[in-house]
Write a protein of this length. Structure first.
Length: 152
C-alpha cells in the first residue's frame, strides 16, 4: 500500500500557495530595480549575521548563563534572555536609525523626523527588562507562598 503524503488540509494548502504567490510577487518587485545590489545585500547580511553576530549572541548568552549559574539562579535565565533577545532584535532592525546613520535619507523618504529612535529603543528596552523583572518577582512570591513553612 503506497504511503500517503502529509499535505495538510485544503485551507492550509491554499494559505501556503497564497504566501508563495505573495513572496514571488514581492521578490519580482524587489529585484526589478538593482537586482545585483539587492542580492549582494542579502548575501552580505547573511554572512555578517552568521560569521559575526551569531558568535557575539552566543558569547553574550554564555556569559549571562554563567553569571546566573555562579549566583545559583540558572532558573532566572529566561527572564534575562527574552528581553535581551527582543531588544537585540529591535536594535538589529532599526540600527541605522538608532545610530543616526540615515537621518537625511529617512527624512527625504518619509517626511518625518528621525530624532528619538535611540531614546525610544532605550525606553522599550527598559520596559522589557522591567516587565521581565516584575514577572520574576511575581513568580518568586508565588513560589514562596506555596512552599510549606519550615518546621523548627
Amino acid at each position: 500500500m503506497p504511503r500517503r503524503l502529509p499535505l495538510g488540509s485544503p485551507f492550509q494548502l491554499l494559505l501556503l500557495l497564497c504566501s508563495f504567490a505573495l513572496a514571488g510577487y514581492a521578490g519580482v518587485r524587489l529585484l526589478s530595480g538593482d537586482w545585483f545590489g539587492v542580492a549582494l545585500w542579502i548575501v552580505g547580511a547573511a554572512l555578517l549575521h552568521d560569521l559575526v553576530l551569531l558568535p557575539l549572541y552566543a558569547l553574550a548568552d554564555r556569559t549571562a548563563v554563567g553569571a546566573l549559574e555562579a549566583a545559583g539562579r540558572r532558573d532566572w535565565t529566561p527572564y534575562v534572555r527574552v528581553p535581551a533577545a527582543l531588544s537585540g532584535l529591535l536594535l538589529l532592525v532599526w540600527f541605522p536609525l538608532i545610530a543616526g546613520m540615515v537621518d537625511r535619507r529617512y527624512r527625504l523618504a518619509t517626511g518625518l523626523s528621525p530624532d528619538g529612535f535611540l531614546a525610544r529603543w532605550l525606553l522599550i528596552t527598559a520596559v522589557l527588562f522591567a516587565g521581565s523583572a516584575l514577572l520574576l518577582v511575581l513568580r518568586v512570591r508565588r513560589a514562596a507562598k506555596q512552599r510549606p513553612p519550615a518546621s523548627h
